[in-house]
Design a protein around this ligand. Structure first.
Ligand SMILES: Nc1ncnc2c1ncn2[C@@H]1O[C@H](COP(=O)(O)OP(=O)(O)OP(=O)(O)O)[C@@H](O)[C@H]1O
Length: 298
């Protein structure tokens, strides 16, 4: 179990993470979502013991990972900077990872290098943006660390490389379950992977729940325009579209059994809403202190 309690990260006057408490269970894939500057990297850096919190506590299996070399070997944190020698060749980077990480799987790393078509002789500084990201994915996955944190690791990867990444991550996770945290802005593309959604906004925790529960907070209603209008009157409508006499509206808020029956009786079709639509709704226009959109979650 990973527990964060009243965690705050400050940079001078900027509060990047604001009194955040969170529990993560072992063996799940978490999606960490938040708008630019919402505090994701700051939060993950503290969790990975790369940075000390300004206040609050972090416990991984009951122990604070900060300056705990043994515990840090069980945490893989892959971020933009890769944290490897820029002059080193890929082969050297892999050899070092194998020495430092007790859970490193050399055969798997070699396979991933081939899957991503990386040239082992190339120096890190000579890699393209997408190749750097692929190397980050190899380092993150082959580490098989009990806590694996991948902070926007797909930057610059083309669609094919990203698809390979998602496929390899899921396959390896099923064979070797561990706690994986993915921070991402490619929400719709990655949402199928994560079992739990964590949304932070202005450094505060907004949502932490099963992805399915999160999705059930929104519903798409389609049918004759007049029936859709009658059904959606007085509700929070996130968006929609019309074509001829048919209208589709995206609603925020769960429907109970009676409402669902009423919608069906009115000839309306109900369907789930994408994680991204809900995320955008919950985090749009939430200036610091404005909690009106998020009160509904509490
Ligand atoms: N080293 C730093 N010095 C000063 N301020 C910082 C530093 N790192 C982050 N910040 C500030 O802390 C806040 C949170 O930044 P952070 O990088 O954690 O957000 P993020 O959610 O990862 O953003 P993005 O999605 O854009 O990567 C921002 O206001 C940012 O400007």
């Amino acid at each position: 179990m990973i527990s964060l309690r009243n965690l705050t990260v400050r940079y001078g006057d900027t509060i990047a993470v604001d009194n955040l408490s969170l529990d993560l269970e072992p063996g799940k894939i978490y999606g960490l979502l938040g708008r630019n500057g919402s505090g994701k990297t700051s939060l993950l850096s503290v969790l990975a013991a790369y940075r000390k919190a300004s206040s609050g506590t972090v416990a991984v299996g009951g122990t604070d990972p900060f300056e705990n070399a043994e515990l840090m070997r069980d945490i893989a944190f892959v971020r933009d900077s890769l944290d490897v020698g820029e002059q080193d060749r890929i082969s050297g980077v892999l050899a070092l990872a194998a020495r430092l990480r007790p859970t490193w799987d050399t055969a798997y790393a070699e396979r991933l290098i081939d899957v991503f078509e990386l040239d082992r002789r190339k120096r890190v500084q000579a890699l393209s943006r997408g190749q750097r990201s692929s190397l980050g994915v190899v380092l993150g996955l082959a580490a098989r660390a009990p806590l694996t944190i991948l902070d926007e690791v797909y930057l610059g990867m083309d669609a094919g490389a990203r698809t390979t990444f998602y496929r390899e991550l899921l396959a390896d996770y099923l064979d070797h379950p561990r706690t994986i945290i993915l921070s991402t802005h490619l929400i719709e593309e990655v949402a199928g992977l994560f079992e739990q959604v964590i949304v932070i906004d202005h450094g505060r925790l907004l949502v932490h729940e099963d992805t399915d529960t999160f999705k059930s907070r929104g519903v798409s209603v389609t049918g004759p325009a007049a029936a859709v209008d009658a059904f959606t009157a007085g509700r929070t409508v996130l968006g929609g579209q019309s074509l001829g006499g048919v209208r589709q509206a995206t609603l925020y808020g769960e429907l109970d059994d009676d409402e669902t029956a009423r919608a069906k009786a009115a000839g309306l079709t109900l369907a789930p809403v994408g994680v991204q639509d809900l995320f955008v709704h919950l985090t749009s226009g939430t200036a610091a202190g404005d909690t009106s959109r998020t009160e509904a979650l509490r």
